[in-house]
Write a protein that binds this ligand. Structure first.
Ligand code: HEC
Length: 232
């Protein structure tokens, strides 16, 4: 029994040491852990969501993703190079690593999760990402409803919005109208190539009911032009 335990411990120790030597993480498993990041991050180059694209993050200076214009002052000022060690410290608890960061993410508690997701980010940057799941982009799309708004079905194509008192009346191309409390309707803009065409706002959200309905416009100046004040 003693002997067995010794052998077992020895093997485990060896596996651990070998793991360390090889950068440890398992990128395939890391691509699944990345599901927790995918609501805010894409690994496609230049595709910025709430957070910057992480396509080239490995060995890069912090706050250097090209075309991402929403970095916090804290991250811009941080003199950090993203390596295994800095990414690990960051992912334990971003707000602790860098007070004032705009990444509102509680952190990954498990060391194994951090190691694996870091191995995945490294593989992505080096063009060796495991095939199959490309970092959960599908999930990112679902969670922020980043559909091609130019292809919205009739029930999503907004034809008019009128406002009377505290109520918006939203008419859509399927001939329906809905009355929504002003506080429950959000106006958004999407200037990307998946956003609506000028003058063709699109309604998204849980069937426009409740507090989740949003109308997305091509640009902010359209909003006040489109919404007409009119009481029946
Ligand atoms: C709720 C949204 C959100 C989630 C979830 C999230 N992030 Fe972020 N992340 C951000 C934002 C926003 C920034 C920019 C922070 C800043 O400017 O301070 C960022 C920045 C980063 C950076 C620095 C990038 C650079 O260009 O310097 C890395 C690395 C990163 N995130 C990794 C991750 C990983 C890995 C996960 C999942 C384990 C994750 N993030 C989860 C929003 C998020």
């Amino acid at each position: 029994m003693q002997v067995f335990r010794k052998i077992f411990c020895g093997t485990a120790l060896l596996a651990w040491l070998v793991g360390l030597a090889h950068g440890a993480g398992d990128p395939a498993r890391g691509s699944r852990v990345f599901g927790q990041c995918a609501a805010c991050h894409s690994v496609a180059p230049g595709e910025h969501l709430t957070g910057p694209s992480l396509a080239k993050v490995w060995n890069q200076k912090a706050a250097s993703a090209e075309g991402f214009s929403r970095y916090s002052e804290a991250l811009k000022r941080a003199d950090v190079l993203w390596t295994e060690a800095t990414l690990d410290a960051w992912l334990v608890k971003p707000e602790k690593f860098l007070p004032g960061t705009g990444m509102t993410f509680p952190g990954l508690k498990e060391a194994k999760d951090r190691q694996d997701v870091i191995a995945y980010l490294r593989a992505v940057s080096e063009g060796k990402a495991p095939q199959g799941r490309q970092g959960g982009r599908g999930m990112a799309r679902m969670s922020r409803e980043k559909l091609d708004l130019r292809k919205a079905p009739a029930e999503g194509q907004v034809t008019s919005i009128t406002q009377c008192g505290d109520t918006y009346t939203v008419a859509t191309a399927d001939g329906k109208t809905q009355k929504i409390w002003e506080f429950n309707l959000r106006f958004k803009t999407d200037s990307s190539k998946l956003g609506p065409l000028p003058g063709k706002p699109v309604a998204v959200g849980a069937g426009m009911q409740g507090d989740r309905a949003s109308v997305v416009f091509a640009s902010p100046k359209e909003i006040s032009e489109f919404v007409k004040q009119s009481c029946p």
